[in-house]
Ligand binder design. Structure first.
Ligand code: HEC
Ligand code: HEC
Length: 435
């Protein structure tokens, strides 16, 4: 009876068919919905394994130059675990706030012009009162409100700039916050990493004291298979922190990329002094007949020129306005009148003190300041000429400084000549040794 009802009646068969069909569709739908997460979790597992294998390869092949933590090694190879490589812009928020304010300024200025025209063309008394009220509002916002907001943005920018000084000193330039843009690379980061690994960077060996980033792929004669290169790329890409990069991350980078002839660094034209022995360096400067050029020293000090060893220096960032170190102004006077009166510095010449301060900042710490703030790596960044130029520049921080050429041309009575008591009793020799 039941069987006859269900199977033999045509209506029942149709009904069963429909139910089956709907059931199958639901099943397919369910599988389809779950396919993406399932694949994603496969991909994740696959990527996690690639990152893991990449980590092993990195430790074995790359850490000696790029550091075990990928933070780079000073003078040896750039950091890869770095907000610079991943193009994080620490100033994005500041730029954005500033451009919003500037857009507001433009809008208000335009509105003000329109209203002024309306007034000039003659408006009803009621409208005139309205316009004048609005103009007062606009002027207040333009002259007071926006200016104050912009000043706030500026002070935040200054504070941020100050907090990244040590990175800047190592060659980081916030203007080229993206390594890929700096390297003129139009493609993706993965492709950049992969290509670098395949071909190496033999052409840039001279920037790194002859230390070469080799070609790693077997197709270019290197030791690694292409799947291993992909694992390495996955491992490096996994360092990306997206929007979570912090100033601390930036400050922990030990070496930034060097770009020949650009902000980050320049092709070296003379070797660095390589020693923090200031007496030896001053002797070499004298022996080589090197004369310090205060103008070039000024440029070096203020990051407008690169040192001959190929570095942009951060001196001004810390010393201008005494932000982190003693003020640039008065350095020479303080050297004579304060530092050299300290028994610890007995027998020092001013030149010796200053060169020691630059090459070996840890030897004598100015009271009131901390050791370890001023970078200790200038022996690797400055040539003999650079040291002589910086010294000549610091000599000019004496308010009574008279350039040697004017001194020679004697009779310019208008020029204030250094008097005996100014620098007495030390009659210091000229900045660098005379020829
Ligand atoms: C002998 C030292 C040395 C070893 C070992 C080395 N590298 Fe490098 N690597 C360098 C140097 C130096 C540079 C910078 C080259 C340049 O200026 O273009 C560099 C650059 C790179 C860059 C490009 C970084 C940038 O900012 O443009 C990547 C990526 C890289 N290396 C990955 C690796 C990986 C992965 C390994 C291991 C398979 C490795 N390197 C092994 C020295 C090394
Ligand atoms: C990160 C901050 C920082 C940078 C960058 C820096 N300095 Fe300094 N510098 C200091 C601090 C802090 C002191 C005081 C502590 C000490 O004696 O080391 C100091 C001390 C000095 C002194 C002694 C000043 C005095 O009044 O006795 C001189 C000279 C000097 N620095 C020159 C330079 C030059 C030149 C450069 C660039 C090549 C430079 N500094 C880069 C922080 C810095």
């Amino acid at each position: 009876m039941l069987q006859r009802m269900l199977v033999e009646r045509i209506e029942s068969r149709i009904l069963v068919g429909i139910v089956m069909f709907v059931g199958i569709m639901i099943l397919i739908g369910w599988v389809a919905i779950n396919e993406n997460p399932r694949m994603a979790s496969f991909t994740l597992q696959f990527e996690a394994r690639a990152v893991e294998r990449g980590g092993g390869l990195f430790a074995a092949n790359c850490a000696t130059c790029h550091g075990t933590d990928g933070l780079g090694i000073l003078g040896r190879a750039p950091a890869l675990n770095s907000p610079h490589l991943f193009g994080y812009d620490f100033f994005a928020d500041i730029k954005n706030r500033r451009s919003v304010l500037e857009a507001e300024r433009t809008t208000l200025t335009n509105e003000r012009t329109d209203l002024a025209i309306e007034l000039a063309e003659g408006a009803s008394d009621r409208r005139r009162v309205e316009i004048e009220a609005r103009l007062a509002e606009i002027n207040d916002r333009l002259n007071v409100g926006i200016e104050a907001d912009l000043a706030l943005v500026q002070s935040d920018e200054d504070a941020l700039n100050n907090s990244i000084l040590t990175a800047v000193d190592l060659g980081y330039d916030p203007a080229t916050f993206s390594r890929l843009t700096q390297a003129n690379w139009g493609g993706t980061l993965d492709a950049y990493l992969y290509t670098t690994l395949v071909h190496g960077r033999g052409q840039n060996a001279q920037l790194w004291g002859g230390n070469v980033m080799a070609a790693w792929s077997q197709q270019a004669g290197g030791p690694l298979r292409s799947d291993q290169l992909r694992d390495l790329v996955a491992y490096i890409a996994n360092w990306d922190r997206g929007d979570g990069w912090t100033v601390e991350d930036l400050l922990s980078v030990r070496q930034f990329a060097i770009v020949p002839g650009a902000g980050g660094g320049d092709a070296p034209t003379a070797p660095p002094v390589g020693t923090d022995d200031e007496v030896a360096v001053l002797q070499q400067i004298a022996d080589a007949g090197i004369i310090g050029d205060p103008n070039r020293g000024d440029q070096l000090y203020h990051r407008r020129a690169a040192s001959q060893a190929g570095f942009r220096l951060g001196c001004a960032g810390c010393h201008e306005g005494a932000v982190q170190g003693p003020s640039t102004d008065g350095t020479w006077e303080r050297t004579i009148n304060e530092r050299l009166t300290d028994p610890l510095l007995a027998g020092y010449t001013p030149e010796q003190y200053l060169v020691e301060s630059i090459l070996a900042p840890g030897v004598y710490i100015v009271s009131g300041y901390q050791a370890g703030v001023m970078p200790g790596n200038y022996p690797e960044q400055l040539s003999l000429q650079d040291v002589a130029d910086l010294l000549a520049y610091l000599r000019t921080t004496d308010p009574n400084y008279v350039p040697p050429s004017t001194q020679d041309q004697a009779n310019d009575g208008a020029l204030e000549q250094p008097t005996q008591q100014d620098n007495a009793p030390e009659q210091e020799p000229p900045p660098a040794a005379a020829p």
